[in-house]
Ligand binder design. Structure first.
Ligand code: ATP
Ligand code: MG
Length: 131
């Protein structure tokens, strides 16, 4: 069965929609294999987002997560990577469809509630990195 890495970002924790997000994941039929609520180190966040280190939004992205609590999860189910990305919705607020997590709970470019791995390869990398 396929596995993916999910992180509820600081705005999701602070706005107390963690339960809502977890319910959506469970209601879809996915199984949460491991989970942890904690404050990750800056170096861990930078390593996670290393593909974006040259982007103009990189520092804003790292500052938003640094020093704050996140919830990380290893999620298992049929086509978990692709289906979770569908449920998360587009990162562009103008393209995040209603009914998706971002479409329902965020209208921001950076503070968008949740991360989900974008490929099986990255899912494996991120699960090893965070757990
Ligand atoms: P994530 O990797 O967090 O699941 P994503 O794959 O939909 O999101 P990426 O392109 O990988 O989007 O960007 C990573 C994160 O960086 C986004 O989720 C968002 O928090 C932030 N981000 C992306 N693009 C921008 C931007 N143009 N301006 C500000 N922040 C951005
Ligand atoms: Mg991404």
């Amino acid at each position: 069965m396929e596995r993916t890495f999910i992180m509820i970002k600081p705005d999701g924790i602070q706005r107390r929609i963690m339960g809502e997000v977890i319910s959506r994941i469970e209601n879809k039929g996915f199984k949460i294999l491991r989970a942890k609520l904690f404050k990750p180190s800056k170096s861990l966040i930078e390593e996670h987002y290393q593909e974006h280190r040259e982007k103009e939004f990189f520092h804003e992205l790292i500052d938003y997560i640094s020093g704050e609590s996140v919830m990380i999860m290893e999620v298992e189910g049929e086509s978990a990577v692709e289906v979770m990305r569908l449920m998360i919705g587009n990162k562009d607020p103008k393209l995040a469809a209603p009914g998706t997590i971002r479409g329902d709970f965020s209208n921001e470019k950076t503070q968008n509630v949740i991360h989900g791995s974008d490929s099986i390869e990255n899912a494996n990398r991120e699960i090893s990195l965070w757990f």
